[in-house]
Design a protein around this ligand. Sequence first.
Ligand code: LUZ
Ligand code: MOS
Length: 769
Amino acid sequence: MKNIDAYTHLRGESIYLDDIPLIQGTLYGAAFGSPVAHGVITSLDTSEATAHPGVVRIFTYKDIPGENQIGGIVPDEPLLADHEVHFCGMPVAFVVAESIDAARAAVKKIKVAIEPLRVITDPREAQALGELIIPPRTFQLGNTDQAWQQCAHIFEGRADTNGQEHLYIETQGAYAVPQEHNALKVYSSTQGPTAVQRAVSRVTGLPMHLVEVEVNRLGGGFGGKEDQANTWAALCALAAHHLKRPVKYSLHRMEDMAMTGKRHPYSADFKIGLNAELKIMAYEVTFYQNAGAAADLSPAVMERTLFHCTNSYFVPHVKATAYSCRTNLPPNTAFRGFGGPQGMFMIESAIAQAAEAIGVDAAVIQERNLLQTGDEFPYGQKAQSEAPECWNKATGLYNLTTLRKQVDAFNTTNKWHKKGLACMPVCFGISFTKTLMNQARSLVHVYTDGSVGITTGAVEMGQGVNTKILQVAANTFSIHPDRIKIHSTNTFKIANTSPSAASATADLNGKATLLACTAIADRLRKMAAEELSVAINAITLQDEFVWVNGMKTDRDWKSLVMAGHTKRIGLSEHAHYATPDIHFDATREKGHPFAYHVYGTGIIGVTVDCLRGTYTVDSVKVVHDFGSSMNTAVDIGQIEGGIVQGIGWMTMEEVVYDKEGRLRSNALSTYKVPDIYSVPKEIAIDFLQTPHDNLAIFRSKAVGEPPLMYGIGAYFALRNAIRAFNKKGHFPFDAPMTPEKVLMALYATPQEGTIPPHEETSKHLAVDK
Ligand code: LUZ
Ligand code: MOS
């Protein structure tokens, strides 16, 4: 089935926040962000800005009737700075004017004096100073202290990953419209309508039942709108609440880039021990997460880093510690993978370092340590593993041995271009790590003309969740998809939603929809059974007709529904789903937090231009564990997008803050994302269809986040290509591997010695000059 949004997307008819027709009298907001990263506000002068033509009012923290607080996990984030600022771009004042231009012009006229304080941008520096968001956490399995004795090889190292700008095509924004009885209706580009409702309620002091949050669709979220849509919605709501006029704020791209948090940069120290057979016996890792200036979702992201610190491998002795470090950057936040990719990069670096030192292909170590069913994760859950199946199928189907031979042959015959190959197994846990978040609700109405309207807590952000939910209903009623409409997400229709996140949205909301549709269908079947004097089990709904004992009757769907209404049978249902059998005990750091895991193996090939440091990604070939895909078009789309986004993070997207905490890569001229010219020349996706039962909707495993992590393989493929050119050069595990870094690595010297990089190279370079 096609994505149900394809038609309106292609015609430009899909309605995003900025397409909502405006109500007469609408005002426009713009935030004034702190020009410095850390300091004490000594004066704020808005007089000149207020006098700017068209300006209606400028709001500061003093105007907040409720709490000046939007911190979700930790209450450490004021909506508007009161006495101190903690990051560049932190909202200090909110200008509301008759036009967008007036609001933006007035922002430039606000004057603030700030007594500067020490700016910290490095998580290790923050940790050394005790600047932590929450106390550190440690996951442990076995006993690493004793395990080192069993190791023939022990390596210690360090690895770093940088942040990543979400770059959703639709920037952040909100539109708040006052309603009677002081209520507010807030349109928001958010993954978390309830999070927005809660933030607006907290800031305005209104109870949640007076705050209606409405979300039609997003032009992308990627985690960036799981928590950080709250700010703009709360600002618009605050102004609308005071002025009793609608207020809209849709951020400019550069405002969005400068004011919002990104993927967390991480730095880590690791120690890995292998026995003579190259089994990883022990792994110790310490993560330093760059949380930014407030907690936001950082504690949860940090937790997922720990959950995924051994990626797709079984390691009998593990000790993993994580620090969430407070720095003066915009609060970093959820981003596809949610800390998992960072955890995986570190163990892949440890394996690469071991492989390079021992002189084997990293794939040998990877393969020997893949998780088997029954193996225990460091957090206590036992794996139902597809890791060996994915690996074996990928290396067989794509013929890893031949691929490697081709690369070796190419590298022998080419001096100035080198190819590199890397395998990337992936294992990702599906469920919010916070157990209580794994619940959802669905509201299904069957109308008397046989059409069906569905509202769930799921937010459509391009991932195709509405298409999947529609399929669930079409399947359960066995009716044509055209009869079904998935409505916008709204907190007055579906309450207490979890954000659309954690790859779990289709599972949670799909299962709730399945329950609701099944309840209605059962009532209709019961009625049909009574009409026909047969047992209910004899009745099925099939292809828009009632069937008895496998025989089609002439009772069709429409007349069945009408008859149901005539007999006063409820044609609506509100169902609740909560993932069964998941739990986690944070005091012991053990439990069974995930409904299931998604596995896969990617093989990534690259070519490096050894004079320029530029490169191409030749191919990404994956075998992915789909369970049993309910929509292959949507799932392939997610995988292709995830791969490219992962490669972008690992190779070209470079978030740069200067020492003063100012974002230097603040536009697309300085922040390079993959475009059509830099995507892999070939992406091959093979489906591992497994017969095992699982907790996914229709056994179709979650697909949103896991494929991003295939992109990590691009980093190691580049590393291998560089090492084919410069065998002895030392260069750090430091992503992204930008062309600049590739070039430096190509000519890096060995760590200790002073041996020139590549004698021949220097000669040739001299000749070239
Ligand atoms: N969001 C969240 C997530 O709140 N909890 C999670 O475990 C999670 N995992 C992935 C992405 N978003
Ligand atoms: Mo997400 S990182 O699933 O909001």
